[in-house]
Structure formats: structure tokens, C-alpha cells
Design a protein around this ligand. Sequence first.
Ligand SMILES: *Cc1c(COP(=O)(O)O)cnc(C)c1O
Length: 425
Amino acid sequence: MTFQNTREFAQQLDAQDELKSYRNEFIFPQHEGKDVIYFTGNSLGLQPKRTKKYVDDVMNDWANLAVEGHFYAEKPWWDYQERFAEPLSKLVGAKPSEVAVMNTLTVNLHLLMVSFYRPTKSRYKIICEEKAFPSDQYMFQSQVSHHGYNPSEAIIEIKRREGEHNIRLEDILSKIEEVGDELALVLFGGVNYYTGQVFDMKAITDAGHKVGANVGFDLAHAAGNIKLDLHNWNVDFAAWCSYKYMNSGPGNASGCFVHERHHQSNLPRFAGWWGHNKERRFKMEPTFDPVHGADGWQISNLPILSLAPYLASVDMFAEIGMEKLIQKRNQITSYLEFILHEIATEVTSTFEIITPSNQEERACQLSVFLHGEGRSLFDYLMSNGVITDWREPNVIRLAPVPLYTSYEDMYEFGQILKRGILENN
Ligand SMILES: *Cc1c(COP(=O)(O)O)cnc(C)c1O
């Protein structure tokens, strides 16, 4: 499609947008009486209007039923999490028994590493991406130390090549092969939080398995954003948070995936009563008998007030399906890219998009490196109703979330950006 940098053209794309009614399902912060242009759905998704009812239902059941809510609430709490299995498994390409909802992201990754990072004297290394999200870096270091190994020896980061912004798949695969039988675990992001680069999870999984390592993914920026096929890719485990693209609210519950082939294995794990055989959970038996499935990794009874908003979100995603979201995602991201290029020529600016331009390697985030303007331009955007974020040294990240951003937002953003650059120079 040939794009145009005009309001009329953007409005025309909005009029044809199959998902346009969903914008109305979200609550936008206001700036001077208008909805902000929200680019940070990759950090904290907007609040869906329907979420309040899900939370109120739990509050009401608690008020009216108290402890009996565990069994007699409209959605009983004792198996509340089971409502996720069917819709959530479709969103991540898994079988219902392979997904569970519990804890928070880093906690889940730690728990999964207990099972899937089992270093030995000869096989103890971890491969991850350079500039992984800091929480992941701390996690790797502490896990390695916990097992008595040296982080600087055990953790191998795949680096970008000199002068390049993204990691080459060939470099990931050749490093996996090179580390070979010293490699215990590959744990990569599905989408890099900083550049928005999407990694080829199938190729990475195959390469890791070929040398005998386990392979897992941190899907914080992937869940609800890209097409996932975790079961068929043979991924061993994965986890994601729900408050980014999945709009479940600050700090809310995480989802995790454990491949079916591990369900009946004797993998060590940290156990708690919610992972115990469901039929016998309340018999208070002394010996742990894990549920066969990802639910067998649950530990505590679940925070229902944190799950309720996530369920609202999963229901919404299930209603739409990932295909339509991805279609709009590709078009609106391309439109934003076009607008950025147009503005760059109009103001002869020196910003640079560091996200891959190839659609296979990106989703709905464009990271823009500001060579000239820097922080003052970011401040200008924020004070003019454009909510974006700032990453050192000089990057703003723009995520046009297909559920609730409009093409007109992209046009409007371009105009504000242009004014900001002109006023800053
Ligand atoms: C957002 C994010 C996290 C956050 O972890 P929490 O445990 O939810 O605080 C972790 N890893 C990545 C890659 C992220 O993008």
C-alpha cells in the first residue's frame, strides 16, 4: 500500500480498520481534554473498561461469600486459573495443559530455571542476548552463583556486531554450536525489549536441542504481540508478564509454559500445595504428587484479584484472535515507520530507527535513536500528550498497539514530532 502523510489518509485507514471499535474499550489518560497518543503499551497496557467488572465480581463474591467463595463464587477461586488454559494456550501456540498462570515473570523464570538449569561440572553455560532486560541479567548471575559457578565464565552473551543494532541469527546459532556440550541452557527474549527485534525461536530451539541444552524464552514483549507456536517449536519452557501488551494492570500475574514432554518427567522443582494433585489437594497429604501439566509448577493458592484483570484481557484477546491483531500491527507499524521517514526528510533530522525494517524481525515497536535532539525532544513529546519512554543513551521506544491506537494517532504524532524538532533546533 502507498501511504500518505495526511490526516485524511490516516482517517481513511481508521475507517477501514476492523478493530477500530476496540479503541473504545480502553480508558485513555487525557491531555488537554483529548486522549493521549499512547506508545507505551509495551510497558504498561491501557486499562480495558471491562476489567472493572471482573475485579468487582471478585470483591463482591468476597463480601458476600467470604471463605465460601473458594467453591461457590460465580467463578470459584479454587480453580479460577483454569479459565485461562483454553484461551491463553491459543494465544501462545500451546496445549491447554502446557500453560499456567501464577506469580510474576522473573519469579516464574527463576522457578523454571530450578527445573531447566541443572548445571554440571562439564555442562554449565547459559547463552542469552546482549543487553537482556536487567531483571534477566540479575537472574542469570544469581542462578549461576547459587549453583556454585562463576557468572563471568558461565554466562555467554550474544553480541551485536560492531556498528549494528541487532543480533544476527547466524551469530546466535554458531555460538550455540561452538559452546556445544558445555551448554546447559539457552534463555533468550522472544522480542528484545530495547530494539524490538523478534528472534527466530524455532531455529534457536532446534540449535539448542541439537547440542543437548534446554531452551527457554522470556516472552515479556512477545505475548499478545507476535505469533507464538511454543508447542510445535518444541520450546522447553517460557514465561511472560501480562501487564505489557496484555493490559492486565501494574505488576499483575505472569503466564508460563512447560512443554508436554516434561510433564511426567522427574524434573526437580520447588513445590507447594497448588501444584499438588488437584483431586487430592485438600486432603492435606504429606507427599507431593504434582499435577501433570504446567499447573504442577504452581506453588501457592492464586492471587485472584491479580488474575481477574488478566482474565478480562485474555477473554478480549480470545474474542479477536492473534491473526487480526498481527495484520493491523504490521500495517500500523509500517505506517508509523513511513511517517518517521517523511518527517526526517522534512526537517533533515538525524534520528534513526534501530528496529529491523524487515517485517519478519519486528512486531509493534519501533525504537528510535535520537542522534541530535535527545532528551529535550522526549520531554517535548511528553508535555504535548505523546506518551513514550526514554532509554539510555538516546532511544525512545514507540509501540503502536493494534488494539487501541489509531492511524490518526500516527499522523498526529508526526506533526508533534516535527514541531518538537524544529523548536529544539
Ligand atoms: C518487563 C520485563 C520483565 C519484567 O519482569 P517482572 O518480573 O514482571 O518485573 C522481565 N523481562 C523482560 C524481558 C521484560 O521486558
